[in-house]
Design a protein around this ligand. Sequence first.
Ligand SMILES: NC(=O)C1=CN([C@@H]2O[C@H](COP(=O)(O)OP(=O)(O)OC[C@H]3O[C@@H](n4cnc5c(N)ncnc54)[C@H](OP(=O)(O)O)[C@@H]3O)[C@@H](O)[C@H]2O)C=CC1
Ligand SMILES: O=C(O)C1=N[C@H](C(=O)O)C[C@H](O)C1
Length: 255
Amino acid sequence: MTKIAICGALGRMGKTIAAMIDEDPALEFIGGVDVGEGTLFGKKVVSSENIDDFLAEEKPDVLIDFTIANAAVKNIRAASKAGVAVVVGTTGFSEEQKEENRKNIEGTIPAVISTNFSVGVNIFWKLVREAAKQLSDYDIEVTEAHHHFKKDAPSGTAKTILEIIKEETGDREEMYGREGMVGARGKEIGVHVIRGGDIVGDHSVMFAGNNEVIELSHRAYDRAVFAHGVIRSAKWIAGKEPGIYTMDDVLGLIR
Ligand SMILES: NC(=O)C1=CN([C@@H]2O[C@H](COP(=O)(O)OP(=O)(O)OC[C@H]3O[C@@H](n4cnc5c(N)ncnc54)[C@H](OP(=O)(O)O)[C@@H]3O)[C@@H](O)[C@H]2O)C=CC1
Ligand SMILES: O=C(O)C1=N[C@H](C(=O)O)C[C@H](O)C1
C-alpha cells in the first residue's frame, strides 16, 4: 500500500485528490498540511509550518503538492530533506523558484512535475506542437479561461503552450491582450486570459493564415481529470530513481 500525504489538502485540488485516494485500495491517505488545520477522511491536516515534523512522524511514500508557488518551494525542500518522492501540480513558479526546486530534487528524490495532469491536455500539447511546427508562419493566439479564484496568470498550462510554440517557431515574444493604437500585428504570440465563475480550465490555440483558421482547444469539465493523472503519477513515482519526470514519462508518451 502506497502512503500518500497532501500539501494543500483542504484546497479544491487537495480535497478532490484525497477523495480519490480514499476510494483506491492500492493507496492510503495519511493526512497532510495546509494553512489552516482540520481533518479529512479521518486523517489530520496540520499547519504547513510543521511540515518537517509531519513528514518525520507520518513517513509518506509520496507527497502531493497543490498549494501556491512560494509554499510549494518550501514543501519540496522539506520532502527532499526527508527523502520523500513528490508529485507537484502547483503552478506560477518564477524561474528562480524552478531552479531552487531543481536543486532540491535532482540527485535526492524522484518528482513528477506538470502544469497539467489531465491526459487530454498532455495529448493536446502534442497536437499544438505539431501544428506549430507545420504552421510556423501563421499568426498564433493563445487563450485560457479559469474560475474567479485562480491566483496566477497566465495559467501554468498556457505557459507550457507558449514554451512549446516558441520551441517550434523560434523567437517570438508574447503580446498580452491589445488596447489602443497597437499597429499591425507583428510576429508575436497573442495571449488572452479570462477569469470568471467556476470555469474549471479552458485552453485554446488559434493558428490564423490567409483564408483559413485552425483552432485547437481543450476544456476540463471536472477537477477529477487532473486528480486521475495525479493518482497515476503517485503510483508510478514510488521507488523511481531521483530526478524530475513529466507526464510524458508517466504515460509513456514520446517527447
Ligand atoms: N497541474 C495541474 O493539473 C493543476 C494545477 N493546479 C494548480 O494547483 C494549485 C492549487 O489549486 P487549487 O486547489 O485550485 O487552489 P486552492 O486555493 O483551492 O488550494 C490551495 C490550498 O493550499 C493552501 N495553501 C496556501 N499556502 C499554503 C502553505 N504555505 N502551505 C500549505 N498549504 C497552503 C491554501 O490555503 P488558503 O486557502 O488558506 O490560502 C489552499 O487550501 C494552483 O497553483 C493551481 O494552478 C490546479 C489544478 C490542476
Ligand atoms: O488553477 C486551476 O484551477 C488550474 N490550474 C492549472 C494551470 O494553471 O494550468 C491547470 C488547470 O488548468 C486548472
